[in-house]
Design a protein around this ligand. Structure first.
Ligand SMILES: [Zn+2]
Length: 121
């Protein structure tokens, strides 16, 4: 594309002043255009890695949730059910049957962890 335009610009990559022949030219030459392209690609790659890392961290953040349950001495009915991998209803039924002792704490019922461990003895 030929034109009679002479636009003074500074290269977006190296910052050198140059005369552009089109309004869309951003770089002083092919070298800078290529370098800028590579730099952009590298940036995209880093960004993609960062995004991936953040997803990993998100996933990892859900695991401590289970760890917390594993480290607790007293559990809510929901946590107790998560610990054994049964429904809340199963835990509640066991409480009603007297196989598990639950202590009311406000509106919640708390099950001691050793009670659950005792079931396996
Ligand atoms: Zn340049």
């Amino acid at each position: 594309m030929s034109s009679n335009l002479y636009i003074p610009k500074s290269c977006k990559h190296c910052g050198n002043a140059f005369t552009a022949r089109t309004t869309v030219t951003k770089y002083c030459g092919d070298t800078c255009a290529k370098k800028a392209y590579k730099a952009r690609k590298r940036k995209e790659k880093i960004q993609a890695t960062l995004t991936k890392d953040m997803q990993h961290q998100k996933e990892a953040a859900q695991i401590p949730n289970l760890n917390t349950v594993n480290n607790k001495d007293f559990l809510s009915v929901t946590e107790a059910s998560q610990l054994i991998g049964v429904s809340r209803w199963t835990i509640q039924r066991m409480i009603q049957q007297g196989r598990l002792k639950a202590v009311p704490f406000g509106r919640k019922r708390i099950v001691a962890r050793w009670q659950i461990e005792n079931l396996f003895n």
